[in-house]
Design a protein around this ligand. Structure first.
Ligand SMILES: Cc1ncc(COP(=O)(O)O)c(C=O)c1O
Length: 380
């Protein structure tokens, strides 16, 4: 039987030929394709700048740095996310605080404010995640950021191509980070980006991803030594994305709307086939959802592992996104978090299964997954 995984890339011949063209050209890194890809990302979201990075994690690290995080500062994020959303603040020497999720599986703004108040009203970056592709309401977070003088960074690794009505994802926060890992909406193999309207953040991000060095004469602090002059002005990293990756990304961008549309159709089919199945809870649904993940929740935690194994035995490869980050051993051991601290995220985790959803899936694949789930509940 065909193996279905929870996500996979969708590559066509045009993507391949665009990458091959770059391989035959003069630039493998730091050439014109990086800029073209960045332009295409920024134009799609309707923002001034896109700065590409070697991964979504590196993009988050860049955003935390540009937001001024460092020793003595703190970010606040959701307990339910990929570890990188939290780790990236720690990389800068800052701390990280967590708050529990709301019914849409995204950071709950009221709980977030309570955590900020418990920290004496101090927070430097607020980092909500459009979890599974759900475009959470942004206004409460903008208000929080303004009230507490923090930078608002949306981790939109799950939501590229989604929207909040007329605003595309990437438009609303001070900075928005993306990931182009193969299971995401478009891929560059590994890769990521930060979107922003701020010239200052964009400048800081570009320096950070290239060892803190610049060749832009307008930015020089010293008299140039000669035409070769470049300056290292900050401590940065090699977080550059290659021309090959950017050629793939640029080609994939042409089909982003198509990809998101197909994900939305597949989600509709899951809702149709699974509505009325006792024993499961279907995910929150809303306009503008980008459906990176379709998360089914098993009502009885005792059956969680059993259903997971049953589907796996039927060649349906699943994932659970995610074990709450503060309950990972690293966070428990170093920061003292414990079971029971994030009841909603923990309840979610006790039953969550991410079903297969990716653009090249056929309607019949969704039916197969749904039938398998129904058979499981008949068999117990
Ligand atoms: C919510 C979230 N943030 C950050 C990342 C990190 O992205 P990458 O894997 O491209 O480093 C991911 C990737 O899975 C993610 O899902």
């Amino acid at each position: 039987m065909k193996v279905l995984s929870y996500g996979r890339q969708c590559i066509n011949e045009e993507d391949i030929s665009e990458v091959v063209k770059v391989l035959r050209g003069d630039w493998l890194t730091m050439g014109p394709t990086v800029e073209k890809f960045e332009r295409s990302l920024a134009d799609y979201a309707g923002v001034k700048h896109a700065v590409t990075f070697s991964s979504g994690t590196a993009a988050l690290h860049g955003a935390m740095h540009a937001a001024g995080l460092g020793p003595g500062k703190k970010s606040l994020t959701t307990a339910l996310t990929f570890v990188a959303t939290a780790n990236s603040a720690l990389y800068t020497g800052a701390g990280v605080m967590f708050a529990d999720i709301a019914e849409n599986f995204c950071l709950d703004p009221e709980k977030a404010e309570q955590v900020i108040k418990n920290n004496g009203g101090k927070v430097d970056a607020i980092v909500p995640v459009s979890f599974a592709g759900y475009p959470f309401e942004i206004e409460p977070f903008k208000e929080l950021a303004k009230k507490y003088n923090a930078v608002l960074i949306e981790d939109a690794s799950h939501a590229w191509g989604g929207d909040r009505g007329k605003n595309k994802i990437g438009f609303d926060a001070d900075m928005t980070t993306l990931s182009f890992h193969p299971v995401k909406h478009i891929t560059t193999a590994e890769g990521g980006a930060v979107l922003t309207n701020s010239d200052e953040f964009a400048k800081s991000l570009k320096l950070f991803r290239n060892h803190g060095t610049t060749r832009n004469s307008k930015e020089f602090q010293d008299e140039p030594d000669g035409l070769w002059h470049s300056e290292m002005q900050n401590l940065g990293y090699n977080y550059r994305l290659s021309e090959l990756s950017c050629a793939l990304g640029l080609s994939q961008m042409k089909r982003l709307d198509e990809f998101v549309q197909r994900r939305r159709e597949l989600a509709r089919l899951y809702f149709e086939y699974l509505s009325g199945v006792d024993g499961v809870i279907l995910p929150p649904d809303t306009e503008g959802h980008a459906w990176h993940l379709f998360v089914l929740r098993v009502k009885d935690p005792e059956l969680h592992g059993q259903l997971f194994n049953f589907l796996r035995d039927n060649d349906i490869r699943l994932q659970v996104h995610y074990r709450p980050v503060p309950l990972q051993p690293y966070y428990r051991n170093n920061f003292g978090y414990k079971a029971g601290d994030f009841p909603e995220a923990e309840r979610y985790y006790s039953g969550a299964i991410s079903l297969p959803i990716y653009p090249s899936m056929e309607d019949g694949d969704v039916k197969r997954v749904a039938d398998c789930i129904k058979n499981f509940f008949k068999s117990i």
